[in-house]
Design a protein around this ligand. Structure first.
Ligand SMILES: [Zn+2]
Length: 164
């Protein structure tokens, strides 16, 4: 079974699968605590960053792919992401000096529109690493996972296209 189809059946439809013999997917998503994915055991490597940005964790990503033979990456952005436009005022509680250190670094990690961001990053990963990278959007409002492009950019449960 295609690992993206398995991901969608497990998470969206709540279908249970026995533990997999070996992992089939590497999934990058945001560290937002509202994201709660239902995944079979031993199915996916999961990396969590701000905004599902694969850049800061790319060495881990490349290493896991090389070591496991996994050839499919899911990039899962989400609605209402705090990394779209980071609130730098939140840094005022840091000790003196650290605010100045982290302000430009965090500002530089802004992802803008979360869906457009994972679509762009998926294309970059495909071009650079020669793997299949599939962008998806997690709706924190109803916890549904939607494909953002490709043959199945439809959510059968809702009949809504996630992108035009
Ligand atoms: Zn987020």
């Amino acid at each position: 079974m295609d690992p993206i189809a398995l991901l969608l059946e497990s998470h969206n439809e709540g279908r249970s699968f026995p533990p997999l013999a070996k992992p089939e997917l590497l999934l990058v998503t945001c560290m937002d605590p509202r994201i709660a994915l239902r995944l079979p055991e031993n199915f996916a490597f999961v990396l969590r960053t701000g905004g599902a940005n694969p850049d800061p964790v790319e060495p881990y990503l490349v290493y896991a792919l090389a070591r496991s033979g996994v050839r499919t990456v899911a990039l899962v952005g989400h609605t209402d992401c705090a990394m779209s436009r980071p609130d730098l005022e939140a840094l005022r509680t840091l000790p003196q000096g650290l605010e100045a250190l982290y302000r430009p670094r965090i500002a530089g990690l802004a992802v803008g529109d979360p869906a457009a961001f994972v679509v762009r990053k998926a294309r970059e990963l495909e071009a650079r690493l020669g793997v299949r990278a599939v962008p998806l959007l997690y709706r924190v409002e109803d916890h549904r996972l939607l494909r953002l492009e490709g043959e199945a950019a439809l959510d059968p449960g809702h009949g809504l296209a996630a992108c035009g």
